[in-house]
Design a protein around this ligand. Structure first.
Ligand SMILES: [Zn+2]
Length: 299
């Protein structure tokens, strides 16, 4: 892991910043946000987490902020981040390292007994319940506790269950997807990839959500968010994947993020964008016939 030498970058470029005062969280360098035309030092850059937050607009990666500040290409922005990156050991760590678990303990009320409503949710989305249970070891959460009324999808990496995500079957809870709490995970959220073990060649389809990847089948990897991290990208590289098919949601935000990801995949030989048919918003909605022909083209 490395960090972005924010202080040096800002000084080198004569960008005014503040490190304390109103609204400034300790450890952050705050600058005027170039995305929303702010003059009040609302965008905070944290050297270690790879992201920048604005009180007025949106979260952005460091690369995306530099691209905006310098009005340069993604390639240039990435090379600047690289130039200003420093190894963690060069920094005096103020925060204690979180110790992650070595095995994942599932809550006791997760079970293989699926009430009718859970099965219906799965079938309504066009999936085969028995196949999902067998292939992905999905579980039902029960009707109590933090994860109530959710289908639990375990996340395996290198054959180990390292985390899980629960999908609300009622569609009425605040969070559609609820992840295993960070204090209980084996692999933290920012490093998670779903389906990486299913990649058996140098080619992979990258999706946003877990059901997108399940619908496409083996060789599809869900990034589980559109805030892609360098650690995720590094794992894709280490897996030996060179040919990427990006299959993110149709919306503008997801498509912009896909472009950002393209800039991060510097080692890729080919990067293609999957074009979804009319009326289909994400790969999870693609019908069986279309999945078949997509797979025939790609694999
Ligand atoms: Zn802003």
């Amino acid at each position: 892991m490395s960090s972005f030498n924010t202080e040096r970058y800002l000084n080198d470029n004569g960008i005014p910043y503040r490190t304390h005062g109103g609204n400034i969280v300790s450890g952050y360098f705050n600058i005027a946000c170039p995305f929303c035309g702010d003059h009040g030092f609302h965008r905070g850059i944290h050297p270690q987490n790879g992201y920048t937050n604005c009180w007025r607009c949106d979260k952005q990666s460091i690369e995306s902020l530099i691209k905006e500040l310098e009005q340069c290409s993604w390639k240039k922005a990435f090379s600047i981040v690289k130039k200003y990156s420093i190894k963690d050991c060069d920094i005096i760590e103020s925060k204690e390292e979180i110790e992650y678990k070595t095995t994942l303990d599932l809550p006791k009320d997760f079970s293989q007994h699926f009430p009718q409503g859970y099965k219906e949710y799965i079938e309504d989305r066009g999936f085969d319940f028995l196949e999902l249970r067998k292939k992905y070891n999905i579980l039902a959460s029960g009707s109590h506790g933090k994860y109530k009324f959710r289908i639990i999808i375990p996340i395996f990496m290198n054959g180990r269950m390292v985390s899980y995500v629960g999908r609300d079957v009622t569609d009425k809870q605040n969070e559609k997807y609820k992840y295993c709490e960070e204090k209980n995970v084996v692999v933290p959220r920012k490093d998670l990839l779903f389906g990486l073990d299913s990649v058996k060649s140098r080619t992979a389809i990258l999706t946003e959500g877990v059901f997108d990847a399940i619908n496409v089948g083996d060789g599809a990897v869900a990034m589980l968010s559109i805030n892609f991290t360098r650690s995720q990208v590094l794992q894709l590289k280490e897996k030996g994947i060179e040919n990427f098919y990006l299959g993110f949601d149709k919306g503008e935000l997801a498509q912009n993020k896909a472009k950002e990801l393209e800039g991060m995949l510097t080692f890729a030989k080919n990067i293609n964008y999957i074009e979804l048919p009319e009326g289909v918003d994400d790969l999870g909605e693609l019908n069986k016939e279309d999945v078949k022909s997509l797979r025939r083209i790609i694999f």
